[in-house]
Design a protein around this ligand. Structure first.
Ligand code: 5GP
Length: 153
């Protein structure tokens, strides 16, 4: 699968674009989906003026293009979300199955409203985020992931 590499600068600009839309929504809690959603979740929290961050960990991928049967929650959400306006933050919505599991969990915890914000989405996803910055059918590589090193012969 083709890959696209994003820089920290591009990601930060994308996060500010998400923040502009999320300000109007006014979330009480940001749920960051580990690992990919954590850096965007923390950055969004600061940009939005210290919104509370909670973490959920969902494992689905063993490797690029190698998925497990279904996503499994490995770190559950802490505490109640009773009456809270929640935004779930992840890096990419690919099949959308991770987000389905997370949204379900957030609702079970009593959230009064749930929205989803992602940096990017794949055209085939079954969960189109309420807020996203770009669509791509490529594998997105974020600056906190692998780094392409050029070695001169
Ligand atoms: P889904 O459940 O939507 O298929 O997968 C979502 C998770 O897989 C995301 O949280 C993300 O961590 C990972 N993922 C899916 N596609 C990509 C991609 O193109 N790039 C990266 N870095 N992670 C991806």
């Amino acid at each position: 699968m083709d890959k696209i590499y994003l820089t920290w600068w591009q990601v930060d600009r994308a996060i500010f674009a998400l923040a502009d839309h999320l300000r109007e929504y006014g979330p009480d809690v940001i749920v960051g989906v580990a690992r990919g959603g954590l850096i965007p979740a923390v950055r969004l929290s600061h940009v939005l003026g210290d919104v509370e961050v909670r973490v959920i960990d969902v494992k689905f991928y063993k490797d690029i293009e190698e998925r497990m049967e279904r996503p499994v929650i490995t770190i559950p959400l802490h505490g109640s979300l009773e009456g809270k306006r929640v935004v779930v933050v992840d890096d990419v919505s690919d099949t959308g199955k991770t987000l389905e599991v997370v949204i379900d969990e957030v609702r079970k915890k009593g959230a009064s409203d749930v929205k989803v914000a992602c940096l990017s989405m794949k055209p085939w996803t079954k969960v189109v985020p309420d807020f996203y910055v770009f669509r791509t059918d490529k594998w997105v590589v974020f600056p906190w992931e692998e780094f392409p090193v050029v070695v001169r012969e």
